[in-house]
Design a protein around this ligand. Structure first.
Ligand SMILES: Cc1cc2nc3c(=O)[nH]c(=O)nc-3n(C[C@H](O)[C@H](O)[C@H](O)COP(=O)(O)OP(=O)(O)OC[C@H]3O[C@@H](n4cnc5c(N)ncnc54)[C@H](O)[C@@H]3O)c2cc1C
Length: 391
């Protein structure tokens, strides 16, 4: 395999954040190399594949090739089984990420980026005029020079650490997940469901995203520090046995999501990190496709500005950190505080709150109204949420 000696930008990681970053820099005329360690982009899928439709349209138009299903309603299911249907604020959809991620990478290539699979980055080294990226392709070792590196290498990111950024995560802020795609005779295709309860998913929840007729991604994410005695897989097996007896399992996977407030620093000299690598996934929901694509785009736009000004210092690149924080960060940190409050709720409080909300007229059940109602009726919840704002 042949590579140029020099690039303007090397992007490490071919998920949504990396492919969007590569497409953005190459469209602005920068010579860009995108390295993906796996054989296929988007495989293995480690995702429930749920995304907001308007959010996605900022990056790519929906297409039946990569959208499996559209969703208009969500149902929250309390520990005692109380079901709360709510209209989604924005239409959601369930992706086919194998096709979606492949398409994002294809578009980066189409725009002119050099896109390479089976290339695993192994290290970074600063040199006099830039940065050297080392990587393996099969048994061969390569190194290429670049002016800027964008690290989009996912939750197990090493790029940030190589560059000296603190990307460590306490166990409590890692959502450990297990998911299956199951076939069951009666999946309601228009709803996504979220099940809560300390006995079924401590410090997290179980989701169901219907992918098509009688087929759905059913997964669980629980706080890492609460997965010691029982694994997410065991929790999910118990749940499926009860809720979907006799279902068939078409695929399964384990993974994790960073579930943390925003990083202190997402940049250093010549290096920017984006997506899960920068802990950009929503800490309350675990959704990270959209925030990662925003991270990839904003990091890439900042890299372009760095070329225009000839300044690749951490101080200059920090404008990416500020832009992402302005666009997503404030909400991100609020979601982190809410996650901590929600994790402390007892099943009893959940059940009582669900009962109060289920008395509300369906059409009035917006997420905001629900929160207001819950707060008005449950002083315990107010105290918890208040506490959560204190640290
Ligand atoms: C079980 C589960 C369910 C989820 N459900 C949802 C959901 O429904 N909706 C949602 O929005 N989000 C969901 N997420 C989160 C979402 O999958 C991620 O936030 C999203 O994929 C982040 O995109 P990314 O580009 O930052 O990272 P990734 O998609 O993880 O891509 C990183 C890429 O970098 C590559 N890579 C890693 N190291 C190297 C290296 N050294 N060299 C080269 N390449 C490398 C990897 O192979 C990978 O392809 C879920 C996550 C899990 C685990």
């Amino acid at each position: 395999m042949k590579f140029s000696d020099k690039y303007d930008v090397v992007v490490i990681g071919g998920g949504p954040a990396g492919s969007i970053a590569a497409r953005t820099t190459v469209e602005k005329g920068l010579k860009t190399l995108l390295l993906e360690k796996d054989r296929d982009f988007g495989v293995p899928v480690r995702c429930g594949e749920g995304i907001s439709l308007p959010g996605m349209k900022n990056f790519i138009e929906p297409n039946p090739k990569w959208v499996d299903n559209y969703l208009a309603r969500v149902r929250f299911i309390a520990p005692d089984g109380t079901v709360l249907p709510i209209n989604l604020i924005e239409t959601g959809c369930v992706l086919n990420r194998k096709v979606f991620d492949f398409e994002l990478a294809r578009r980066a290539a189409e725009a002119g980026a050099e896109v390479r699979n089976r290339c695993c980055a192994t290290g970074l080294e600063y040199n006099a005029n830039g940065i050297t990226v080392k990587f393996e392709h099969g048994d061969e070792l390569f190194s290429v020079k670049s002016q800027v590196v964008i690290g989009a290498d996912g939750v197990e990111s090493r790029v940030g650490r190589w560059a000296g950024l603190d990307t460590s995560l306490p166990l409590a802020d890692v959502e450990t997940c297990y998911q299956v795609t199951l076939y069951y005779k009666s999946i309601e295709i228009e709803y996504c469901d979220f099940y809560f309860g300390n006995t079924i998913a401590p410090g997290g929840y179980i989701w169901l995203f219907p992918k098509g007729k009688n087929c759905a991604n059913v997964g669980i994410g629980i706080a890492g520090d609460r997965a010691k005695d029982k694994s997410p897989e065991s929790y999910l097996e118990d749940f499926i046995e009860k809720r979907f007896p006799g279902s068939s399992i078409l695929s399964s996977m384990a993974g994790s999501v960073p579930s943390r407030h925003i990083l202190k620093k997402m940049v250093t000299d010549r290096v920017l990190i984006a997506g899960d690598a920068a802990h950009q996934a929503n800490p309350l929901t675990g959704g990270g496709i959209l925030s990662g694509m925003w991270g990839g785009r904003l990091a890439a736009e900042t890299a372009v500005e760095a070329f225009e000004s000839g300044d690749f210092s951490a101080a200059f690149l920090y404008r990416y950190h500020k832009k992402w924080s302005k666009k997503v960060g404030e909400e991100h940190n609020r979601h982190y505080r809410l996650k901590k409050a929600v994790h402390r709720l007892s099943d009893d409080v959940f059940n009582r709150t669900a009962k109060i909300i289920s008395d509300m007229e369906f059409e009035k059940r917006t997420l905001q109204k629900i929160f207001q109602t819950a707060l008005a009726h449950e002083p315990g919840l107010i105290i918890d949420i208040f506490k959560s704002f204190l640290y």
